[in-house]
Design a protein. Structure first.
Length: 316
């Protein structure tokens, strides 16, 4: 089955502007990953090794997000009747596990270097690493500025994720630049190696945190986990206490579909022929959206009439 369907519309001028901003940032990222790979191999800097691996994975994630964003701008996911939440979350799971594995690998390299002074990067290598990271810092700053210039007050989740990712990369680059510069100009090899190890440790922590966060956000959606109990209670209470729509409800279920919460309400069959059917359906949706406008409400008609039990524990 194809992920991307046939385009049904052309993107607007603003959407094209956003895509150009992201394309420019990704192209710059590819160039910097190549430079970082060269610097990691030639310098022996563990900070640059970790940053190279992390940047490579983050660039792949950005490319995937851009493909999704372009598809949204052209309505190419209409053939997915239940949205593309599963596709996104499965990719997030794979990326998250890969980041965790890579972070652990870099960590073992750093730990191994502590007992092997000969593996420490020399002054020239640290200088190369500092120069490459300075280029990366400049690219991240310019890319973040371009994304912010193209952003609007209400943005898609994909575009906001791009801005957030770029902001984190820019902040991370600033910290690493300070450490690498101090290590490069230090006259004490042991102190320089310590700074390099600290920089690498920061990168490892960022990789592990990002990986764990991605896995944690993906698993509930892939397993159709219910929404947080507090949100479910608010929805159930709002529907059950409504004097008009409350008696209609036979059961309520919820799940997370990617970033989008979904609520399924089962109504008693004998209410289908009620003259106020359409109006009460709109009322149900209004009640749910007052809690969270992002909730996708699904109405299911019960096969067999049964007593309404909105106050009873319903399967969620």
């Amino acid at each position: 089955m194809k992920i991307l369907g046939t385009p049904t519309r052309e993107p607007t001028a603003i959407e094209r502007s956003k895509e150009r901003s992201i394309f420019g940032a990704i192209l710059a990222d590819i160039v910097i990953v190549i430079l970082q790979t060269f610097a990691a191999i030639t310098s022996g800097s563990f900070t640059m090794l970790g940053e190279c691996v992390r940047a490579a994975f983050m660039t792949i994630i950005e490319i995937f997000s851009t493909v999704i964003l372009r598809g949204v701008h052209r309505d190419r996911f209409g053939h997915f009747e239940f949205g593309i939440g599963k596709v996104e979350q499965f990719a997030w799971l794979v990326f998250g596990i890969s980041l965790i594995a890579s972070g652990l690998w870099v960590a073992t390299q750093v730990i191994g270097s502590l007992g092997s002074p000969e593996r420490a990067a020399g002054p020239l290598g640290l200088a190369i690493a500092a120069i490459v990271n300075a280029i990366n810092l400049m690219i991240n700053g310019l890319s973040l500025r371009a994304l912010l210039a193209a952003s609007e007050e209400r943005e898609s989740d994909v575009f906001r994720a791009q801005v957030l990712t770029r902001s984190i990369k820019f902040s991370n680059s600033i910290v690493l630049q300070i450490l690498l510069t101090l290590a490069a100009i230090s006259t004490d090899p042991l102190f320089a190696h310590l700074l390099d190890v600290i920089g690498a440790t920061i990168v490892v922590v960022v990789m592990l945190h990002s990986g764990v966060s991605m896995v944690a956000s993906a698993m509930p959606a892939l397993l159709d986990a219910p929404l947080p109990p507090t949100m479910v209670d608010r929805v159930r209470t709002a529907l059950a206490t409504d004097p008009v729509s409350g008696p209609w409800i036979a059961a309520l279920r919820s799940r997370s579909s990617g970033r989008f919460p979904q609520v399924e309400v089962t109504v008693n069959r004998h209410h289908v022929h009620d003259p106020d059917w359409e109006r009460n359906l709109d009322r149900l949706q209004t009640l749910v959206h007052e809690i969270d406008p992002a909730i996708e409400l699904r109405i299911v008609v019960d096969k067999e009439p049964r007593e309404s039990a909105p106050d009873n524990p319903a399967p969620v």
